[in-house]
Design a protein around this ligand. Structure first.
Ligand code: XUL
Length: 545
């Protein structure tokens, strides 16, 4: 009998389900529930509600509940033999919290399969909304928690990250401060991942170490709740949080609700859900040190597998748990495609023109350097946007096009240096990865092979693969991650982009120069103009500008 595995991704804008089959190498079914379109009565825009000042961003957890039933209804109609699904795991947008009262667990335990989930779960929320990762309204709580934990370095070493506005701890503290009564009536606080996992289990699910690391509440070394962090956040939090567990854990069997309503086998294993970034790591096939993924989207993300724990003491990056039990270093740059588009549109170009310019301009940009903060930036922290140009101005088409791309990836190389394993292979995903010329610059700057990923739903796929891995491990067929990747062809496309010959030293010199310019602009460091002239003379002496 063929064995099927299901992965579900509860992301910001949609709920996606992917089914794979033990006898096939391909995804056999993919179902997407789009919140705005398929559940329009929740009136979300791109899956969320945003306050006028854009600081408060939330969703309605009942919407995710309804989406889950809808996903299974579609699965039922899709002719997938549901009873052959052996294991399910999932992925949730990270950091978002769900607040439940004491009715949640008893109601979950006796769900009526003749009634939809949402109808039965209407009364279980002590807070009707869930703040999500886009929320940035908790600066005050961030400093309060950081101060209680002994400052920046202590906070990073304890929890893996500085306190961030979107992280769960500061969000929980804000709820406690603004709604103490509702906080008191909260029996359980789940992450989105563990909430969804609980729905499938019919009882409270643990939180996995991967997603738990995005809360500022878990000790990143011992992977246990940290009492100091809990106390710094809100009272009686120990009683309200579920337990923590490793990401491979089978947390139980599927609730009878789904057996009776949709025909799942009662033996279907539920593997604890994790965050979307940990799941994506698996979904793009990163299980070895040195392998890195860059996702070039609205913002650009750099994430790397880490065999051992290291910290970014500047406080710019995050350390999350990886599904393999190891770690992920994650850095998020806000000036991604929006900044590239700002240059493209300023010169009325299309992406083809943009690529052609990258192709004809020299690595090192004739010694011209840009610092591209078109929008406020996360890494490095820039609150007042400004674009700095050294050796050229905003009318120089070629220098601006190459300047923005070189700046983005010099910055990425610079700010990822705290990760001990240097990249040996970069897997590129996201819209920007379709531009080969941009990827050539990435390969040149990192002096590393760049491979284009073929995977579009990496978080859902990662969850599916996690469910297969835990299932096989549990029945004693120990199958290595590398075999899983091979079996389901999670190999990126064969199209790899190699660094050009002779640019390694140039970009290493340019990196030092770029770093000096960051110090100059951000920390009032010395003006490195003389260094830039030297660089220009070394590499472009016949090409005066
Ligand atoms: C990571 C982060 C986002 C969310 C939503 O820290 O905030 O990537 O996980 O995708």
């Amino acid at each position: 009998m063929t064995k099927l595995f299901l992965g579900i991704d509860c992301s910001t804008q949609s709920l996606t389900g992917i089914v794979i089959d033990s006898n096939s190498t391909k995804i056999i079914t993919k179902i997407i529930i789009n919140y705005d379109k398929d559940l329009s009565h929740f009136r979300t825009q791109n899956g969320v509600h945003i306050s006028e000042d854009e600081k408060v961003v939330y969703s309605t957890p009942l919407m995710w509940v309804e989406a889950l039933d809808l996903l299974f209804e579609k699965l039922l109609k899709s002719n997938v033999p549901i009873k052959n699904i052996k294991a399910i795991s999932g992925s949730g947008q990270q950091h978002g919290t769900v607040y439940l009262n004491s009715k949640f667990q008893p109601i979950l335990k006796k769900l009526n399969p003749l009634m939809p989930l949402a109808k039965q779960l209407r009364e279980v929320f002590s807070r009707e909304i869930s703040p999500v990762w886009m929320d940035s309204s908790t600066s005050q709580q961030c400093s309060e928690i950081r101060d209680s934990l002994g400052g920046l370095e202590a906070t990073i070493k304890l929890t893996g990250s500085n306190t961030f506005e979107r992280f769960s701890g500061p969000q929980i503290r804000k709820f406690y401060q603004e709604n103490p009564k509702k906080y008191d009536s909260t029996a359980t606080i789940h992450l989105i991942s563990s909430f969804m996992s609980s729905l499938l289990l019919g009882k409270n699910s643990p939180i996995d170490h991967g997603d738990g690391a995005g809360m500022n509440l878990m000790n990143i070394t011992t992977k246990k709740w940290d009492n100091k962090a809990l106390n710094a956040t809100a009272p009686n939090l120990t009683q309200k949080l579920p337990s923590l567990t490793e990401s491979s854990k089978i947390v139980g069997e599927i609730s009878s609700y789904y057996v009776e309503r949709y025909g799942f086998s009662p033996e279907t294993n539920i593997i604890v859900w994790s965050g979307d970034n940990p799941n994506s790591l698996i979904g793009v096939g990163i299980i070895d040190p040195g392998k890195v993924a860059i996702s070039l989207g609205t913002s650009d993300t750099y994430f790397s597998y880490m065999k051992s724990l290291s910290f970014d003491l500047s406080g710019e990056s995050h350390v999350f748990g990886a599904p393999t039990g190891d770690y992920i270093g994650l850095i998020c740059f806000k000036n991604g495609s929006l900044a590239r588009e700002a240059i493209r549109d300023h010169f009325h170009l299309n992406w083809n023109d943009f690529s052609k310019i990258l192709k004809i301009t020299p690595p090192g940009n004739n010694g011209k350097i840009m610092l591209p903060y078109f929008y406020p930036e996360i890494v490095p922290l820039i609150l007042e946007p400004n674009v700095y140009r050294f050796g050229f101005d905003e009318n120089d088409l070629e220098a601006n096009v190459r300047g923005i791309i070189e700046a983005q990836f010099l910055s990425m190389r610079l700010h990822s240096q705290w990760i001990k394993d240097k990249p040996t292979e970069i897997i590129a995903t996201g819209g920007g990865s379709e531009n080969r010329e941009i990827l050539q610059v990435v390969a040149d700057i990192f002096n590393t092979k760049v491979i284009i990923s073929r995977i579009s739903d990496s978080a859902a796929l990662g969850a599916t693969l996690r469910s297969a891995k835990s299932y096989y491990d549990n029945i004693g067929t120990n199958i290595k991650w590398s075999e899983i990747m091979k079996k389901w062809e999670i190999v990126p496309s064969s199209k790899s982009i190699l660094p050009k010959d002779g640019v390694c030293q140039l970009y290493s010199d340019m990196l030092s120069l770029y770093s000096k310019y960051e110090d100059f602009v951000l920390k009032k460091g010395e003006n490195p103009e003389a260094m830039r002239k030297k660089f220009k003379n070394k590499y472009f002496s016949t090409n005066q500008t």
